[in-house]
Design a protein around this ligand. Structure first.
Ligand SMILES: Nc1ncnc2c1ncn2[C@@H]1O[C@H](COP(=O)(O)OP(=O)(O)OP(=O)(O)O)[C@@H](O)[C@H]1O
Length: 304
């Protein structure tokens, strides 16, 4: 379990993290979401004891990470995939990590196989790896100590679609094994199919801590796309029933406030011909952008 309690970190005049509290539970994949500069990396670094909090606490399994002997057994992390010695092979890099954490050498081959780097990649120098391969190596390092808690900073960066699917499957499995899996991203679309729980921050402060289902429920109101040659008349009939209707073109309406069943009934009652009646899922990305709009550091075209 990860516990963050009234955590604050200041850099001069910049408050990277401000009075942040949340809990991340085992057995689930928890997404750590926030726009660029929200304070995600700083929080993860404090959890790993790499940055000292200005105030507050960040603990892994009840203890500050620095107090954990043989850290990799307690928590594994991928912070910066590029942060490896380019002249070494993946195997040499992992073997050095295993030695310094007193981890059995056979784990190196196990994790290499797990992330799909057994073949050429295990011998090739890391300097020649693609970003996706470096991500896989970083994930292998996180898994090395078979830890109950795993932290990943933007692990989907640089992965191709096959890699993204693989990572999602891996996270699911790690959570199903009862581990705590905490994954940061600045894109809701990445977390939509990855996380069960969400911690959303903006400008260093907590915005939401809830399940993905709860987050979806607060999302933008679902709309229904309706296409009919009688658009104007149907729009009037739907508005009379309390719907909000936005005409798109001559034949298409975007309707909110009524479900597709009810819209179909109303069209039937008035003998309107429908050419399309399609409910649109609420966009989580739109909900996320709405929620974090006030905390985006750099808005395009709007110097602040
Ligand atoms: N070492 C540092 N010195 C000064 N300012 C810092 C330092 N580290 C982070 N910051 C500032 O703290 C804020 C939060 O940064 P952080 O990297 O934690 O955000 P983030 O959510 O991880 O962003 P991103 O998605 O862009 O990686 C930013 O304004 C950043 O410029």
């Amino acid at each position: 379990m990860i516990e963050v309690n009234r955590l604050t970190r200041r850099y001069g005049d910049t408050t990277a993290v401000h009075d942040l509290s949340f809990t991340v539970r085992p057995g689930r994949v928890t997404g750590f979401l926030g726009p660029n500069g929200a304070g995600k990396t700083t929080t993860l670094r404090m959890l790993l004891g790499l940055v000292e909090p200005t105030s507050g606490t960040a603990t892994v399994s009840g203890r500050s990470f620095r107090r954990h002997p043989r850290g990799l057994h307690h928590a594994g992390a991928l912070l910066d995939a590029g942060d490896v010695h380019g002249g070494r092979s993946a195997r040499a890099h992992l073997a050095a990590l295993a030695r310094s954490n007193r981890i059995a050498a056979r784990r190196v081959d196990e994790v290499l196989a797990e992330v799909g780097l057994t073949d050429a990649a295990a011998r090739r120098r890391v300097g020649g790896y693609s970003l996706g391969m470096k991500q896989r190596l970083g994930i292998a390092a996180a898994l090395l100590g078979d830890p109950p808690v795993l932290l990943f900073d933007e692990p989907l960066n640089g992965l191709d679609p096959e890699g993204v699917l693989w990572v999602r499957g891996l996270f699911r499995r790690l959570a199903a094994e009862g581990r705590t899996v905490f994954v940061s991203s600045h894109l809701m679309s990445e977390m939509e199919h990855t996380a069960d729980e969400l911690i959303v921050i903006g400008r260093g402060e907590l915005i939401a801590a809830e399940s993905l289902a709860e987050f979806s429920a607060r999302g933008t109101r679902p709309t229904v796309t309706v296409r009919t040659p009688d658009a104007e008349a149907l729009a009037a009939a739907l508005s009379a029933e309390g719907a909000t209707v936005a005409p798109q073109d001559g034949e298409t309406l975007e309707v909110t406030g009524l479900g597709s069943d009810r819209i179909g009934e109303i069209a039937h009652e008035h003998h309107f011909l429908l050419r399309e009646l399609s409910p649109q899922a609420a966009s989580l990305e739109a909900a996320f952008m709405e929620l974090t709009a006030d905390s985006v550091e750099y808005l395009a075209g709007e110097p602040r």
